[in-house]
Design a protein around this ligand. Structure first.
Ligand SMILES: CC(C)(COP(=O)(O)OP(=O)(O)OC[C@H]1O[C@@H](n2cnc3c(N)ncnc32)[C@H](O)[C@@H]1OP(=O)(O)O)[C@@H](O)C(=O)NCCC(=O)NCCS
Length: 152
């Protein structure tokens, strides 16, 4: 199926919870799908839709990481595509759309995040680099910081 069948839109924090719950917090309560910063002023959320059904989400929070000194830092959180839609370029669409928006936000646009180790290859393919050592997020899985300067 072509990615052209799908639409990416700005959504509210609340609209991310269903997909976060299924993909990132399976079997846990919806309450655990709320992330600190979800409703902060600088946060935006993207959803990908097929026939008005939400099938993928990503959140971008204006949040600086003390390890980096770039001006306009965003943190990617809650990147998730429903299992039956994986591998069709939808994660790529969400990431590219987020990057495009952040590039317009200011000098040295920079995106970083705590990546699940299982997703490192996906992000490497999109030019993200690893930073530091892997670490365990309790009750979730092993993560590593990844980043990319979005200019040029
Ligand atoms: C990580 C994740 C968001 C990626 O989303 P996705 O929609 O599967 O990603 P894409 O399809 O854009 O790219 C993934 C793979 O599909 C391939 N692909 C891209 N476009 C494609 C297309 N049109 N047709 C077939 N395959 C395609 C990519 O090359 C990539 O290959 P890989 O498996 O060797 O890495 C998704 O797999 C997911 O939700 N995983 C579980 C949760 C998770 O780990 N989230 C990230 C937390 S940091």
């Amino acid at each position: 199926m072509s990615a052209a069948t799908f639409t990416v839109q700005l959504i509210s924090a609340g609209e991310t919870y269903l997909v976060r719950n299924i993909v990132l917090r399976p079997g846990r309560s919806v309450k655990e799908c709320y992330f600190l910063g979800d409703d902060a002023k600088g946060t935006f959320h993207l959803g990908i839709f097929k026939d008005n059904n939400i099938i993928g989400v990503a959140s971008f929070m204006k949040n600086s990481n003390p390890f980096f000194d770039h001006n306009t830092q965003y943190q990617l959180r809650g990147m998730a595509v429903l299992p039956q839609y994986k591998g069709q370029g939808l994660g790529t669409l969400l990431l590219k759309e987020g990057e495009l928006k952040i590039r317009k936000e200011g000098k040295e646009p920079f995106l970083w995040f705590n990546a699940r180790v299982s997703a490192i290859n996906f992000y490497n393919k999109h030019g993200y680099q690893n930073f530091g050592q892997k670490f365990e997020v309790p009750g979730v899985c092993e993560h590593i910081i990844m980043y990319k300067l979005l200019e040029s």
